[in-house]
Design a protein around this ligand. Structure first.
Ligand code: ZN
Length: 380
């Protein structure tokens, strides 16, 4: 099961100043059991070391839990290929989710969970529905991150009415006969299109995908469009030419190319939108300006380069986050000492997310956004 926004909100609310453990662990499909085992041990060793340093009254029970979890994680080697295990532990709380995407291996203990890698994954990757069809056959796939899954295939072999040869002997009959066949063919084709459009809509209603991509021969792609429900038409984001008889790996490759170019275009559009808004004082660029906007609770959408990291300072109760602490290094709200944090960008994303902002990360064209790395569209 994939994690959604509600799960994320729940995780955010599980803030525990006694220590919140976040562990990400990815296993590539090529990895051997031996290599995986070693990686699990080293990550868990790092966790135990960090746990010792972290003052925590509940350390003892957590340590026991962790030993058991380490064994369990090793045992699950076969089932987690190509996925990242995301483990969240706080006192009296444990949640483990698997996501079909590569997230960087790491372990952190902080006052709150380190959710940014997941937040970005959720916002970034639409689930696509892909319909490949010809005059008689259709296959409907879903595509998420990089996995293509066949949901339904149909073959409509409608029998055409038998037109007697004899009627073709006089010219009038022949004309009528061929016209009739053409009409019947048209009618069965339309029925086929209508039925496959229904299949796609059913999958949409079942929330199996968000965005639609169509594929057929070049001269046929448009023929399905009049049959698509308006929700589907408004979520139609791409097309590619393919033959349904192609081997699945070829269709997969074409689907992947289409999705990647859609993502790339979306990212470029987002950067353009941000820069244009900035020219009209409706957006900010750079860490300091973004921090100011967060204090003003003014962020509508946060745009962040995927590999951007920034150390900074934060209050343990998450009142205050800053690039550098104020001179007394105390939180202006609770007067507690500010702590150094490894991932200020994550705290920024958490805060923005909590204020109702979307978090959008730039993955495909990072160079274009390198100058700023972070920016935000403002509410007013
Ligand atoms: Zn504070």
């Amino acid at each position: 099961m994939f994690i959604d926004h509600i799960d994320l909100k729940n995780l955010e609310n599980k803030r525990d100043s006694a220590g919140s453990i976040t562990l990400y662990l990815y296993s590539s499909p090529q990895e051997t059991y031996q290599a995986y085992r070693m990686k699990v041990h080293s990550l868990f060793d790092e966790l135990k070391k960090k746990l010792k340093k972290f003052e925590n009254k509940k350390n003892k029970t957590i340590t026991e839990d962790i030993a058991a979890l380490e064994e369990k994680t090793i045992d699950s080697f076969a089932e987690k290929k190509g996925e990242t295990f995301c483990i969240f532990i706080a006192s009296d709380f444990k949640k483990i989710v698997k996501v079909p995407i590569k997230l960087k291996d790491q372990v952190l203990i902080n006052d709150s969970f380190y959710l940014l890698p997941l937040t970005k994954a959720i916002n970034q990757f639409n689930r696509y529905g892909i319909l490949v069809f010809n005059r008689q056959k259709a296959c409907f796939f879903t595509y998420f991150i990089d996995k293509l899954k066949e949901e339904k295939s149909v073959f409509h072999d409608y029998v055409l009415p038998n037109i007697k040869e004899s009627s073709a002997t006089d010219s009038q009959g022949s004309q009528w006969g061929s016209k009739n066949i053409a009409n019947k063919e048209e009618e069965t084709y339309n029925r086929h299109l209508k039925e496959i459009a229904n299949i796609v809509f059913k999958n949409f209603k079942a929330k199996k995908f968000d965005k639609l991509i169509l594929s057929s021969h070049e001269d046929k792609i448009n023929s399905i469009k009049p049959y698509l429900h308006s929700y589907l038409s408004s979520n139609l984001v791409g097309e590619f030419t393919a033959d349904i008889e192609m081997p699945e790996n070829k269709i997969r490759k074409l689907a992947e190319q289409t999705v990647n170019s859609i993502r790339k275009k979306n990212e470029l559009d987002k950067i353009e939108e941000l820069l244009a808004a900035h020219a009209h004082n409706k957006a900010v660029l750079g860490v300091n300006s973004v921090l100011d906007a967060i204090r003003g609770k003014n962020i509508k959408e946060l745009v962040i380069n995927d590999d951007f990291t920034q150390a900074g300072f934060a209050c343990a109760k998450n009142h205050f986050i800053a690039f550098s602490g104020p001179e007394d290094n105390l939180c202006p709200i609770c007067s507690q000492e500010l702590k150094k944090v490894e991932h200020l960008e994550s705290q920024i994303a958490d805060k923005s997310f909590k204020q109702g902002a979307n978090v959008y990360s730039i993955i495909t064209d990072k160079d274009r956004f390198n100058k700023y790395n972070i920016g935000a569209l403002l509410r007013f």
